[in-house]
Design a protein around this ligand. Structure first.
Ligand code: UN1
Length: 492
């Protein structure tokens, strides 16, 4: 099914003369999925300029009309949900129900944002003077850049693109290289939905070739980035010099706490889904399991029994619990962390190896891995972004909160308890942008804000109605209909 794609600039798919190409491959089978242009800095400039030219027309398109185009895009996404879900699974490696879930999350958000076209609310505030109105308007920023990761190759680009478009911005979209096919297919959906030329532009290729242009070009007003902390820090620093608005969404080291009064079967289902869904490659993945000591042995035993039956294999097949990790780089990094865990004295109690033999040899498969660890070891502090869970024994609720908060990240968190007071204390005390009560650390819904504190981000939120804050400027308007000079603050 491999196919050749160009860049999408100014409403046209084009292959620049002399363009270099790269391919994407399934991390499960090695099958080639598409060939793409490695965009250069000059291509990035053209994409930004085309977005700049399209801006005036798009910003003047009434938001409800923009919403209609989004609704049409959502309809096409729905029509193609199975095919796109399959593509996500093939190109990124998450199991098929999760591949389709990725597309569903995009559909949900694009539909939600289409309605925002009839809101984009401002505020009306009284004036201190007579015959004067004061209110605010939301206006687009201009050309915005969306730099997106491979772990949600359809959902996350849409979180950014749909919020940016409904707000009246034009977009340059740069997906992660290894999920370029998903990036190209979703761009086609917007093209077919009737987006005017230049409103959405696609650049494929490596961030090192186009990154500088995307973060510093004078026409770019905002950069929205989801990905690793090191890359995010680089984007932030470079864009800061050019005074761009930057929104960052980065790592996590998300804890699931299991108290001794929890429904343990429910907590078990939660941690399996949270830690090993998408092979642990979510920013929201459960990477630490904090168990209260009185139920520690029992819960760990339940976990290991279930994991022993876990099926790892081709993510397109039925009955598979976990697919491969997304790339050779991912595999190397995760296996490296497993070695780190062993060498710092964590006890490996499940998995820990690359799977070999037969079909496994064509891909990057790692066993679901569990360590008994002590808080403070590197594997309990750093984001691994793979199927590796650190289990930590805690004496009581206070220690659970202290350990949960004892990391540099703060995206998601979860507690299983039947004690209603405890659950509210957890809501208040866990340092994270998201807290789940009796549910795993993954599974955010699009109508609520998504994002984290500490090194997870720089304060913004995606999804929910607040998503548009990232992509709008507030204009304050004063209308004086007194027909004379009125002076605020001045005594008369
Ligand atoms: C991410 O991991 O980068 O809550 C996003 C979740 C998904 C989104 C995750 N709805 O796990």
């Amino acid at each position: 099914m491999s196919q050749e794609f160009g860049l999408f600039i100014g409403g046209k798919w084009e292959v620049p003369p002399g363009a270099k190409r790269f391919v994407t491959k399934s991390p499960a089978t090695g099958e080639e999925l598409g060939s793409f242009v490695s965009a250069t800095a000059a291509d990035a400039r053209r994409a930004i300029e085309s977005a700049g030219q399209a801006f005036d027309g798009w910003r003047r398109t009434p938001p409800p009309k923009r919403g209609q185009i989004l609704l049409e895009a959502a309809r096409i996404f729905k029509e193609r949900k199975n095919d796109l879900g399959r593509l996500v699974t093939q190109e990124m490696g998450k199991i098929l129900p999760e591949g389709k879930g990725d597309v569903q999350e995009a559909i949900d958000f694009v539909e939600y944002m289409s309605g925002e076209g009839r809101r984009l609310l401002g505020e009306t505030v009284p004036s201190e003077l007579r015959n004067k109105y004061c209110f605010t308007l939301r206006q687009p920023k201009g050309v915005v850049v969306a730099i997106t990761p491979w772990n949600f190759p359809v959902a996350i680009p849409n979180w950014k693109i749909a919020a940016a478009l409904i707000s009246g911005n034009t977009v340059v979209f740069k997906p992660a290289s290894n999920t370029s096919r998903c990036g190209a297919e979703l761009t086609k959906v917007y093209e077919e939905a009737g987006l005017p030329p230049g409103v959405l532009n696609l650049l494929t290729g490596s961030g090192s070739s186009v990154g500088k242009e995307l973060t510093t070009h004078p026409l770019v007003r905002a950069v929205s980035f989801t990905g690793g902390t090191d890359t995010g820090r680089g984007v932030y620093t470079e864009a800061a010099q050019a005074l761009k608005y930057v929104h960052l969404e980065m790592g996590g080291k998300n804890p699931q706490i299991v108290m001794d009064d929890a429904d343990l079967d429910l907590a078990l289902d939660g941690v399996l889904f949270g830690a090993f869904g998408s092979s642990g490659q979510r920013c929201t993945a459960t990477s630490r399991l904090l168990i209260q000591q009185s139920v520690y042995d029992r819960f760990l035993d339940m976990l290991l029994k279930r994991l022993a039956k876990f099926k790892v294999g081709n993510p397109l097949n039925d009955g598979i619990d976990m697919g491969p990790v997304a790339s050779a780089d991912q595999e190397k990094k995760i296996l490296g962390y497993i070695e780190t865990g062993k060498s710092e004295g964590a006890k490996l109690i499940m998995g820990g190896k690359k799977l070999k033999g037969g079909a496994f040899d064509k891909g990057y498969f790692i066993e679901p891995t569990v360590f008994e660890a002590r808080h403070g070891m590197r594997i309990t502090l750093e984001e691994i972004f793979g199927p590796v869970l650190s289990v930590i024994k805690v004496a009581d609720f206070d220690e659970a909160v202290r350990v949960a908060n004892g990391v540099d990240y703060g995206l998601s968190s979860s507690i299983y308890t039947r004690d209603v007071n405890r659950s509210f204390q957890a809501m208040e005390r866990l340092e994270a942008g998201i807290t789940y009560i009796n549910a795993p650390t993954i599974g955010a819904e699009v109508q609520l804000p998504f994002g984290g504190i500490k090194n997870t981000g720089n304060g913004g939120r995606e999804a929910g109605t607040v998503a548009i804050e990232e992509f709008t400027e507030i204009k304050t308007v004063f209308v004086d209909f007194s027909a004379r000079l009125q002076k605020a603050q001045i005594e008369v």
